[in-house]
Design a protein around this ligand. Structure first.
Ligand SMILES: Cc1cc2nc3c(=O)[nH]c(=O)nc-3n(C[C@H](O)[C@H](O)[C@H](O)COP(=O)(O)OP(=O)(O)OC[C@H]3O[C@@H](n4cnc5c(N)ncnc54)[C@H](O)[C@@H]3O)c2cc1C
Length: 458
């Protein structure tokens, strides 16, 4: 195949991986990124004193093979450390450990009979070896209530799914939970007692730097703070990307608000790794026609929930677990992820970091608060989990909002997934809505980036 000139929109894990594979196949690639940094949803923030942390809590599971292989290929795998995870549930006013099968047996908020039924149902699901199709026709709630009982839903699974899908928890497909329970971790074997989680030593940033260097070494360009403002068909049948001026990220996510900056650039093909609504907003009328109403309707039919994540630097430990699921709907957040209970504070000069996590539907009032106002709203909830907590423990805070953080994987989802090839010649879409049935994550963003590169001839 003759070398093509290809634009990749988005320098998250999917976009950077696609660009790498296209460069390796001899194509000439430009990556356009709206944000003045790499990594998309896995991007880091400078927390001072030479330390970087992801804006949103991030780790890898031992089943995350695609990204580990990529790290090996790029020479950054040695930094990955696998550490025992520790998980807890905050329910009925107390924190209950929930790391391994023994914790399940001791889990007081659920009667013993239900605990046993729950463990058995998970083992049966894992052993059944049935394909995902068998679980696509019903909600996780219906399946759990049938196989584990209504109390297991009310106490454990309902709160867990609310933690991820908020008000849409009841609608989530069993296919999604099947992915979580069968692909990520087995209740047998080496990790039965305690799951191991991976974290790449000095943050995800070295991986992004290595990806960028590998793309540039093959003649590609990675243009950060350089969003795409519009996409159209070029006069010669190629595709034209109109770039926006630096600083456009301050105007939000909708590219229609970005002022064009300079000439439209002509490409043979474009891979867009941006969220579906951003993608649709980039298309001019001609490309909308080419993509077609049915494809646009698919894009529109998948709802995203936003992530709202408050990162706190604390002067002391907050919980004794890495991950605390907040299963009390009276609390205004859904999870507490104490990063320095996974990666020792010694890595950060003794500093400690806690993420207060939330997933919310668009328009939720908490999304409009600043970090101080949000901390004030969270204060009673934080004190419910740790009664000694005082705001004077907070040394610094960072607040991030991600509008397209979590696609809502409801029943019938598979039929609505937009194909990678959009129907417009040379135009490929590759975003988190197409990761199925697995839970979206950086590992599957690598796989998706590779599939997107294949789709345009990488
Ligand atoms: C709260 C939270 C916690 C998570 N935890 C984990 C975890 O523990 N482990 C894990 O593996 N994954 C985790 N993930 C998921 C993971 O971060 C994502 O699945 C993955 O990063 C998606 O990569 P992507 O490249 O497909 O999309 P994105 O990272 O969303 O990349 C899309 C890129 O497009 C850019 N863009 C948008 N508009 C334009 C435009 N007009 N022009 C050019 N560029 C544009 C964006 O700025 C962004 O960089 C988490 C996500 C969230 C929100």
């Amino acid at each position: 195949m003759r070398p093509l000139r290809i634009a990749v929109l988005g320098a998250g894990v999917a976009g950077l991986t696609a660009a790498l594979r296209l460069g390796q196949a001899g194509h000439c690639v430009d990556v356009y990124e709206r944000w003045p940094g790499l990594g998309g949803q896995a991007a880091t923030v400078d927390v001072g004193s030479g330390h970087l942390l992801e804006r949103y809590y991030h780790h890898w599971f031992t089943s995350d093979r695609h990204i580990v292989r990529l790290c090996e290929e790029l020479g950054v795998a040695e930094a990955i450390q696998w550490r025992p995870s520790s998980v807890a549930f905050f329910v009925d006013g107390a924190v209950h450990p929930f790391t391994g099968p023994l914790d399940l047996l001791r889990f007081g908020p659920l009667p013993l009979r239900d605990r046993l039924r729950m463990g058995l149902a998970v083992v049966r699901l894992q052993r059944a070896g049935r394909a995902v199709e068998a679980y696509e026709g019903e909600t996780a709630r219906a399946w759990i209530e049938r196989t584990m009982g209504p109390r297991a839903w009310a106490t454990v699974w309902g709160p867990l799914l609310r933690g991820k899908f908020g008000s849409r928890a009841d609608d989530i497909s069993m296919a999604w939970l099947w992915g979580k329970l069968t692909l990520r971790r087995k209740l047998e074997g080496r990790e039965a007692r305690q799951e191991l989680l991976g974290y790449p030593g000095r943050s995800f940033e070295p991986l992004f730097g290595a990806l960028r260097a590998a793309i540039e070494a093959r003649g590609g360009r990675v243009l950060i703070d350089r969003p795409a403002a519009a996409l159209q068909r070029a006069a010669d049948g190629g595709l034209a990307v109109t770039p926006a001026a630096p600083g456009a990220f301050r105007l939000g996510h909708d590219p229609r608000a970005f002022a064009p900056d300079g000439e439209a650039q002509r490409y043979d093909a474009v891979i867009a790794t941006v969220p579906s609504d951003v993608f649709a907003a980039l298309l001019d009328d001609g490309l909308r026609c080419e993509v077609g109403a049915a494809y646009l309707a698919r894009l529109d039919s998948i709802e995203y929930h936003a992530a709202l994540c408050l990162l706190l630097e604390l002067d002391r430990r907050f919980t004794s677990h890495y991950w605390t699921n907040v299963a009390d709907p009276a609390l205004p957040f859904v999870g507490l992820i104490e990063h320095t209970n996974l990666v020792e504070p010694g890595h950060y000069g003794g500093r400690r970091f806690l993420y207060v996590a939330n997933y919310l539907e668009h328009g939720h009032e908490l999304l409009s608060l600043d970090a101080d106002a949000l901390l004030e709203r969270y204060l009673p909830g934080l004190r419910a989990v740790n009664p000694a907590f005082d705001p004077s423990w907070v040394r610094a805070s960072w607040l991030h909002r991600e509008p397209a953080a979590q696609p809502i994987v409801d029943v019938g989802y598979r039929e609505r997934i937009p194909p990678l090839r959009t129907g417009a010649r040379g135009l490929v879409l590759a975003n988190t809505t197409q990761v199925y049935p697995e839970d979206r994550g950086t590992n599957y963003a690598v796989r998706l980036g590779e599939q997107a590169a294949q789709a345009v001839g990488g």
